[in-house]
Ligand binder design. Structure first.
Ligand SMILES: [Zn+2]
Length: 458
């Protein structure tokens, strides 16, 4: 999401509050998505032969892209542009130097994001699964974060088809440098996108060279369309898109509540939802599962493979399972000493402070409490040691306020209070962007047999 779009969302949120009842979506500029079916013209991309028929990546990803465009156009306020719509394409891609015109095309047409669609290939035909090629974040952290969060959502929806989730590959160039001197991204379209300030990622849907991947995901029009639908679901989840004609539900029970304005914003941003009977129940007690779910939505990173979930009391079919798995993978929660997560338990205020500071840390924010903070908290000694710094940090930064009787660390919170906390976290993150310096190490999520594709790849 670029600065222009963030601004328009914030403006729309303000309008939404001041003009009660005004539709949120109608105030927004369209989200412009540039789809880039990889390769084209004389560049076939990966090639494999099954049952005597040769299949070329350039043809298959074009089909996926056309299905994906059709699906994305069923959502409100989305405009899709494509770098090519036939095998030749307006921009033949045989030459790696021709990657730049594709990024130029996206930028000149006002795209918010550039999604390059590919199939993977290896000499080792055993390797299979879905992978995202995303930026190392050394040059343009904001763009990189969008690509990574979007890619994480797409990894979840694609892996729900049964594809092995191979995660993100954030590969460094061995010789190229960014304009600020840091190590550039290896993949040309990711690198050029980052340089031109457009989030850009490569979706390697599966391995054309693996026969199971081919037969399960590429061998019919229906299977290619299923990949495109999964792509669209991941994109829609990240951007909070709504299907055309689907009226957002009007929640009926909080217009007189003290937190009504905050609940409006949290609902319009998709951080919170109501119950099936169109109530929000603002004074209901917040559970641990709900708080993690809300944070996952706030993060825009909602997805992690549910198989990574270590808690026996978090069944995979529960609505909060993916959010809990995300929070574990992001280092935001670690559960209780007995190995449980206790999703239905009321979350305590000190648990919230602990999770909130770990979330900010995950976002690259320093969370050291100020020296001598907390002198004005009468029940300071009631706070458990593990959460003391967290409470003092949240209190000093007004992320969590005290109550009349003190901080009340063992007290619970309501759903309405959760909305105000999400809004403060959102504002705090915007006022305190993550430090610009590079992350310590490129994420190592791939098994060692991954070979480097040629530079011509995207
Ligand atoms: Zn490719």
């Amino acid at each position: 999401m670029n600065a222009k779009r963030i601004l328009s969302l914030l403006l729309a949120a303000v309008l939404c509050v001041s003009l009660a009842g005004t539709a949120f979506a109608a105030e927004e500029e369209p989200l412009v998505i540039c789809l880039d079916p990889g390769h084209g013209a004389r560049d076939s991309g990966a090639v494999a032969t099954y049952d005597g028929v040769e299949y070329q990546e350039a043809d298959l990803v074009l089909k996926i892209a056309l299905y994906l465009r059709a699906e994305l156009e069923t959502y409100e306020n989305v405009k899709v542009i494509m770098t090519r719509t036939d095998r030749q394409g307006e921009m033949p891609t045989i030459d790696p130097e021709k990657v730049k015109p594709r990024v130029d095309f996206a930028v000149q047409n006002g795209a918010d994001v550039l999604i390059s669609l590919h199939l993977n290939a290896l000499e080792n035909t055993e390797t299979h699964g879905v992978m995202m090629l995303t930026s190392n974040g050394y040059y343009n952290r904001e763009c990189a974060d969008v690509g990574i969060a979007l890619g994480t959502n797409m990894l979840l929806t694609l892996s729900q088809l049964g594809l092995l989730n191979r995660g993100h590959l954030k590969m460094n160039s061995s010789d190229r440098r960014n304009p600020n001197g840091t190590v550039a991204d290896y993949y040309a379209i990711v690198r050029e996108g980052i340089w031109q300030n457009i989030p850009s990622l490569i979706v390697e849907h599966c391995y054309l060279t693996n026969e199971d991947d081919f037969r399960n995901y590429l061998s019919s029009e229906e299977k290619l369309q299923a990949l495109a639908l999964a792509d669209a679901n991941g994109i829609a989840a990240y951007y909070g898109l709504q299907k055309i004609g689907s009226n957002p539900r009007q929640l009926v029970d909080y217009s007189e509540h003290w937190a009504a304005d905050m609940i409006d914003i949290a609902v319009s941003k998709g951080w919170v939802t109501g119950y099936p009977d169109n109530t929000f129940r603002p004074d209901n007690t917040l559970t641990r599962a709900d708080f993690v779910t809300l944070l996952a939505r706030l993060s825009g990173e909602t997805a992690a493979p549910i198989t990574t979930n270590p808690f026996p009391d978090v069944p995979a079919e529960e609505y909060y399972a993916a959010s809990v798995a995300w929070a574990v993978s992001a280092g935001i929660i670690n559960g209780f000493d007995d190995g449980t997560f206790q999703p239905a338990a009321a979350i305590t205020r000190e648990q919230m402070a602990h999770i909130m500071t770990l979330y900010l840390k995950h976002k690259g924010i320093s969370v050291q409490a100020p020296e001598g903070g907390g002198a004005s908290i009468p029940d300071l000694d009631q706070i458990q040691p593990y959460a003391k710094n967290d409470v003092l940090f949240c209190y000093a930064n007004s992320l969590l306020n005290g109550r009349d009787e003190g901080f009340v660390p063992q007290g619970s919170a309501t759903r309405a209070e959760a909305c105000t906390i999400l809004l403060r976290m959102h504002d705090y993150l915007h006022a305190h962007p993550a430090a610009e310096e590079a992350p310590a190490a490129v994420e190592a999520v791939l098994s060692p047999e991954i070979a480097l594709p040629p530079e011509a790849e995207a």
